[in-house]
Design a protein around this ligand. Structure first.
Ligand SMILES: Cc1cc2nc3c(=O)[nH]c(=O)nc-3n(C[C@H](O)[C@H](O)[C@H](O)COP(=O)(O)OP(=O)(O)OC[C@H]3O[C@@H](n4cnc5c(N)ncnc54)[C@H](O)[C@@H]3O)c2cc1C
Length: 477
């Protein structure tokens, strides 16, 4: 076995960061910066399971909408809204820390060259968000450039399998290299930032249910997040937290091989199952309030695990409608509903009967249709779920359809951490072990919108700062 520990010089603290996404890079750069600021000698190695070109996990593929106002503060009521969405299960102290530290994190990224804009968010209005110009890749590039300037080292194609611990303190990592050979890296501290278990079919099956074994993953990077960091920490006594039976999912076009080919215009039409029947209220809320539940319904409640969104020509009159469609495959188009159901292979007359009953319940010539807010145009078709907003008859050719499946983005179950990004065991923080990003278990029930990237960045930065404080405090004892 190779041991990087053999190279450890006296009085140089060694940090291993596992995972080179947003959380890991923030941890590495903030640790090195903090250490230099207070005169601590630190060497940092970032290890990643992927080869360089594919590294960056979910971050690389993420548009990275971040729920902050243009002034980098959270909106009033941010923490309470997240607690309410979680059914009171979320950790108030953790989310208060997220809110408090978000402005410093965003300012810090700006100082590293990241340019934020206030993006339009698909079609619907909602909470204020900022976005790095260039998305997740721009975050990776800015942080990687700074990391290289600071002399941080990178090891690719190294998969963590175990944490090494001694007398209750984490002292390194064990993993396999590109050739599958075991490698041991000693360290004085380890930051786990290697994502959830979304890329691990066996863990998905165990925790999310058998339907999840063959779940489509939203991007190429998602597949690298194999849950090994979570398992390694649990093995040495870390506590689990978060909702282990769930994860964030989005409706995508299964015909597209592109990353994240979402189709988010379903609130403006109807969605039918493989029998041509509606099965949920497509207008229950703004898209980002319903997309996760809809994706879960396809995956876990529909035997065929797929559905079709049906629209008519009025879609084309909605301003910027194409912004909500990221599939590169055009919709299936037909001059009549009968021709459309034939093209989709739905049972004879099923779709036309569903739409006919839906149309009969829609208000005549409705005023006030507005795709960007809950417009209150509602209907209650006989024998179908109601539609609470955007209810307009589908009666103008051409009729359009996109097939949809649910795609998994990340899982909610993970490690219990405190507001200082320390991993908690039964007796408090596990010495030398920190975690940030998706690997931590802080989401329950639904993913709070545009918070996943925010928490990866904020708690990555906090982890780096905290571990340096811990080095300083232990050196001064
Ligand atoms: C298409 C898409 C759209 C998204 N849109 C948004 C959005 O708009 N807003 C938002 O807030 N969030 C969004 N997200 C989610 C958000 O991007 C992620 O939650 C965030 O990037 C996670 O960062 P992370 O550092 O925790 O993990 P990741 O970025 O996934 O990085 C994990 C790293 O760990 C490595 N790794 C995994 N296992 C191992 C192992 N065993 N050993 C060594 N290395 C390992 C991986 O290769 C990877 O480089 C989106 C995600 C995707 C994929």
């Amino acid at each position: 076995m190779n041991g990087l520990g053999a190279r450890k010089a006296r009085n140089v603290h060694r940090l291993i960061v596992v995972g080179q996404g947003a959380a890991g890079l923030c941890a590495a750069v903030s640790a090195m910066t903090s250490a230099r600021n207070i005169g601590i000698d630190l060497s940092v190695i970032v290890i990643d399971a992927a080869p360089l070109a594919a590294s960056g996990g979910n971050t690389r593929w993420s548009p990275s909408n971040i729920r902050l106002q243009a002034d980098h503060h959270v909106a009033p009521g941010f923490v309470e809204a997240i607690l309410a969405e979680s059914g009171g299960l979320a950790d108030r102290d953790y989310f208060q820390q997220l809110a408090d530290q978000a402005p410093a994190m965003a300012d810090w990224l700006v100082s590293l060259g990241v340019v934020f804009q206030s993006p339009p968010y698909y079609l619907a209005k909602g909470p204020a968000r900022i976005q790095p110009m260039g998305g997740g890749v721009a975050l990776l590039n800015a942080l990687l450039a700074r990391a290289r300037e600071l002399g941080i080292e990178f090891v690719y194609e190294f998969s963590l399998t175990q944490l090494l611990s001694d007398a209750g303190r984490v002292v390194g990592v064990l993993g396999t290299d590109a050739q599958g050979k075991p490698q041991k890296h000693h360290a004085d501290a380890v930051v786990l930032a290697c994502g959830g278990f979304e890329g691990n079919a066996a863990m998905r099956k165990k925790h999310l249910g058998s339907a999840a074994e063959n779940y489509r993953l939203i991007s190429q990077g998602t597949a690298y997040n194999d849950g090994a960091g979570i398992r390694a920490a649990l093995d040495i006594g870390a506590q689990a937290a978060g909702d282990w039976r769930s994860g964030h999912a989005e409706p995508v076009d299964p015909r597209s091989q592109h990353p994240a080919p979402v189709v988010l215009v379903y609130p403006y039409g109807v969605v039918v199952n493989a029998q041509g029947q509606r099965f949920f209220d497509e207008g229950a809320g703004l898209m980002h309030e319903t997309w996760e539940r809809f994706a879960h319904q396809m995956q876990f409640e529909l035997p065929s695990q797929n559905a079709y969104v049906i629209l008519d020509a009025k879609l084309l009159n909605i301003a910027d409608y194409a912004r909500a469609i990221r599939s590169d495959v055009p919709p299936i188009s037909a001059p009549t509903l009968e021709a459309l159901e034939q093209a989709l292979g739905l049972p004879l007359a099923a779709l036309s009967q569903t739409v006919s009953a839906f149309n009969a319940a829609c208000p005549d010539d409705p005023p006030g249709f507005d795709a960007t807010v809950k417009d209150g145009l509602a209907c209650a078709p006989v024998g179908q779920p109601p539609k609470s907003n955007w209810a307009r008859a589908l009666d103008q050719a051409p009729f359009l359809a996109w097939p949809l499946v649910g795609a998994l983005v990340y899982t909610f179950g993970g490690l219990k951490t405190n507001p200082n990004a320390q991993v908690l065991g039964d007796n408090g923080p596990i010495s030398g072990l920190y975690a940030a990003g998706e690997i931590t278990g802080h989401f329950y029930r639904v993913a709070p919108n545009s918070v996943a990237m925010l928490r990866a960045l904020v708690f990555g930065k906090i982890a780096g700062e905290q571990l340096v404080r811990d080095f300083r405090d232990s050196s001064s004892l």
